[in-house]
Design a protein around this ligand. Structure first.
Ligand SMILES: [Zn+2]
Length: 424
């Protein structure tokens, strides 16, 4: 039923839409020509199968296949085609190709017709790589963006998402038609690579995602006294970086003490990815140290309690070292739980297909968590190889695992097609 050769061909084809001149992976940032070229290829392939294809002003592209009940809400599946810089060939693309394969299977069917319309969706600008925010296209669909908020997102060169969209011929002043109406959508399922090692390590064929990790971002500033490195005795120093370093190690210990033994549950994760020191001279004791903390959690109360505990910890360490410490909340997104009904349908589908699946948590964000605000949504993960590496040219998944994911996806959509609609 699933055509492995076609999956392979599409993987190869999408990798050619690449802005990367140094032959190091694939670069196809959101709202760029390369992303639009990939969407155009998708459109052509789906049109050949008889779909009605359109791109809206968010840059999302939707291929629609009619069902026997024209007024029924749509069943949808898909993912994204943009990438980070120097990415691999699978992130997002795997889910789009899987959804395209569903369309091919549907087109080849001669028996039982689908009751509901089937929509294959490609979201624009899912990666936060260019504008610092993930899921821009799906956020527009979920009414989480206005033309004003799109003007406020800007890339490293100062170009706003609003302007980038205009330059591609999209009209970010007119988003109405790009905003999805809940009554028009029955369910959305996204297939995605895991982007972690758990499935490959545990030998499961696929994972059904229950929860998407939340993220609380904090910024800490430790302030001490900048002074001469030769002239200032150790015992009277007020070294801002030494205080920050003690805090980082204590924060790591905090997360390690709470780390679950089950590797399908990522638990609490604490990361400092940015740190700056002032004045930054080799012969000057650091006077100011500013650092970021990213807390990822699966349970909202645990995530919030962690933020609170880390602030207390920073103040205790600062007091002890006679430093000043300030902290502010940069942003907070709580963990999202995907539709229990869609999860059940996916588990049943996996059982019907004879595949071994587990329930798991997603560490990264995905379009499906945004679309969950519009209609019941689900995510199927397929194994990532090479230690689960992603956002890297070394990203790898097996075509046979992708095919297994397609079977689960197909069986789940077929099941949903037989279920009564809300209010129907
Ligand atoms: Zn992705």
């Amino acid at each position: 039923m699933v055509n492995h050769e076609r999956l392979r061909r599409y993987l190869k084809q999408f990798a050619t839409f690449n802005d990367n001149r140094d032959d190091h992976g694939v670069t196809r940032l959101g709202y760029t020509l390369q992303e639009r070229q990939a969407h155009a290829f998708f459109s052509r392939e789906m049109s050949k199968l008889g779909a009605q294809v359109y791109s809206d002003n968010a840059g999302n592209t939707i291929a629609e296949f009619a069902g026997t009940r024209s007024t029924a809400p749509a069943l949808a599946c898909g993912s994204h085609l943009d990438s980070v810089e120097h990415a691999g060939r699978f992130d997002g693309v795997a889910g789009v190709i899987a959804a395209m394969e569903i369309a091919h299977i549907r087109a080849s069917e001669t028996e039982t017709a689908w009751n509901h319309p089937l929509k294959i969706v490609v979201f624009a600008t899912e990666e936060g790589a260019r504008f610092g925010q993930a899921c821009v296209g799906s956020r527009i669909a979920a009414r989480l963006h206005t033309s004003e908020s799109l003007s406020q997102l800007s890339d490293a060169t100062g170009i706003s998402a609003f302007r980038a969209m205009q330059e591609l011929g999209l009209n970010p002043n007119d988003l109405a038609a790009a905003q999805w109406q809940p009554h028009e959508w029955k369910a959305f399922i996204e297939l995605h690579i895991e982007q972690g090692p758990s499935l490959d390590k545990s030998g499961f064929d696929a994972g059904i995602v229950s929860t998407i990790s939340g993220s609380t971002r904090l910024s800490f500033t430790f302030t001490g006294v900048a002074s001469h490195s030769g002239g200032t005795p150790m015992r009277i120093r007020r070294d801002a970086l030494a205080g920050a370093a003690e805090f980082l190690v204590a924060a790591e210990e905090y997360a390690l003490q709470r780390a679950p033994l089950d590797f399908l549950d990522p638990g609490l994760r604490i990361t400092t990815g940015q740190l700056s020191v002032e004045p930054g001279g080799i012969t000057t004791i650091p006077g100011v140290c500013t650092l970021s903390v990213d807390i990822r959690g699966v349970v909202d109360t645990v995530q919030q309690e962690c933020a609170h505990d880390l602030m207390n910890l920073a103040h205790r360490i600062a007091n002890h070292r006679q430093l000043e410490c300030t902290c502010h909340h940069v942003s907070e997104v709580l963990p999202e739980h995907l539709s229990a009904d869609v999860q059940q349908v996916l588990h049943d589908a996996a059982h019907v297909c004879g595949t071994r699946v587990c329930t798991m948590v997603s560490g990264a964000s995905h379009d499906a968590q945004i679309i969950q605000r519009i209609c019941p949504s689900g995510i199927v993960f397929i194994p990532s190889l090479n230690g689960g590496v992603s956002h890297s040219p070394h990203e790898l998944s097996r075509v046979s695992d992708l095919a297994t994911g397609v079977k689960i996806l197909y069986s789940a959509l077929r099941k949903l097609d037989t279920l009564q609609d809300c209010g129907g």
